[in-house]
Design a protein around this ligand. Sequence first.
Ligand code: G16
Length: 542
Amino acid sequence: MIQTVSTTPFDDQKPGTSGLRKKVRIFAQPHYAENFVQSVFDSLEGFAGETLVVGGDGRYLNREVIQIVLRMAAANGFGRVLVGQGGILSTPAASHLIRSSGAFGGLVLSASHNPGGPDEDFGIKYNVSNGGPAPEKVTDAIHARTMTIDSYRIVDAPDVDIDSIGTSRLGDMTVEVVDPVALYAELMESLFDFPAIRAKIAGGFTLAFDSMSAVTGPYATEIFEKRLGAPGGTVMNGTPLPDFGHHHPDPNLVHAKELYDRMMAADAPDFGAASDGDGDRNLIIGRHCYVTPSDSLAVLAANAHLAPGYAAGLKGIARSMPTSGAADRVAEKLGIPLYETPTGWKFFGNLLDAGLATICGEESAGTGSDHVREKDGIWAVLLWLNILVARGESVATVMADHWATYGRNYYARHDYEAIATDKANALMAALRGKLDGLAGTANSGGTIRSADDFAYTDPTDQSVSRNQGVRILFEDGSRVVFRLSGTGTEGATLRVYIERYVGVEGDLAMATGDALAPLVAAAQELADIEGFTGMDAPSVIT
Ligand code: G16
């Protein structure tokens, strides 16, 4: 029985960098999730009788919103919905399921690396038929619809059993509950040399993978422990919990400290890694050797041909603008193009679809390839393992060799979190206001060569995205970039990205903090961060 429910718009449903993310208490308001889901459906055309994929990272509210999506999908005319068992689908597994099932699209329920629980965050993201996040023209249409919506359609029916694999009916629609792990694990097995990795582990190579009580637990247990034979306990925090066991599931040096400490101990495993709430990010730490996400992208690109799935080489590399230029040097050496996009995985989709790029990556701990249309944490870990096995070297040796070949991009990101939004906007406005006069001036970081606000023209459809971050470029190739995060749910987060390149003749073994100190001072001078925010130090350095 289809009901049409009257509603009024909420004025805060503009999707950010990656879908709509809000506090649970906001999402739990009557009609809030329904309005957004209906706005998504109202922005799409031609889905009658088609397939929709639904799943999430298991966080608080996941199961309730899945039931809402099922009833609304039935009322709006979808023919079939594929749901991960228990409501679980990692973001890369959702992307793969959309692609492999020929679905019209999918709703991914996650707030990614943000904490979960009744007082924490929830999110909904729409992915299109290529398996990737909806491009801006779709998210803009969704946002426009949220501003005018006056009703939504929903079937009046009891909850669907999403815990048992199998098929049921909801109105005229079929609901298929599928194993969230099997298809994804098969895809990984098709890309990497599992027998060689398995043999290496059997020979004593040790690893630790921290799932941070989030979605990758079942995936990591199946792949690392079952299929690759790593001993039980290799996967840490492997059960997905609605509040992530109070972990902040952001795989960085602050929130994955348990793993970091283990990897720096005298008896550390050979290889350590972590993923985030929804399984698309990755943190790589070798024994006594942390790898920055930007360096990880460069190393993966330089060595990808060692894995069977990439033996034919890469067509191109893409990175977000704030990501370091380490990958640019690899692209140059390989003689392939390098694309610089705004922050947000959605900008890689067109490049991957057009066959312009094979591997993409971001400073925010995301790397992936054309195997799906999302970044993929476990994929990055497996590619690293495949490379280490093929080279027969440790992470530290691979990194030292990489820097000796390409030079080193010292890099850090300083985040200033929970700033009052008006103050953050004032800081960015003041910075933008002085961009024109900066070239040729000098500060603690050296002489500025150019300064601009990054704009991107997509080479496949010529769409233009402006105001994507303020770049201050120095004569020696160093950079400071400022932008406001598009994924936070509390006030504003200022991100300051700091990079200094040292060539192969220079000192490749400095402490990152020492290498970047003059540029950190320059960032303060340029943006008066303390003056605008009252904060004399960043909340998080990654
Ligand atoms: C999302 C996007 C990424 C982006 C990251 C940080 O990741 O998919 O492309 O780099 O947010 O964005 P921001 O700097 O605007 O906070 P995730 O893992 O949160 O989905």
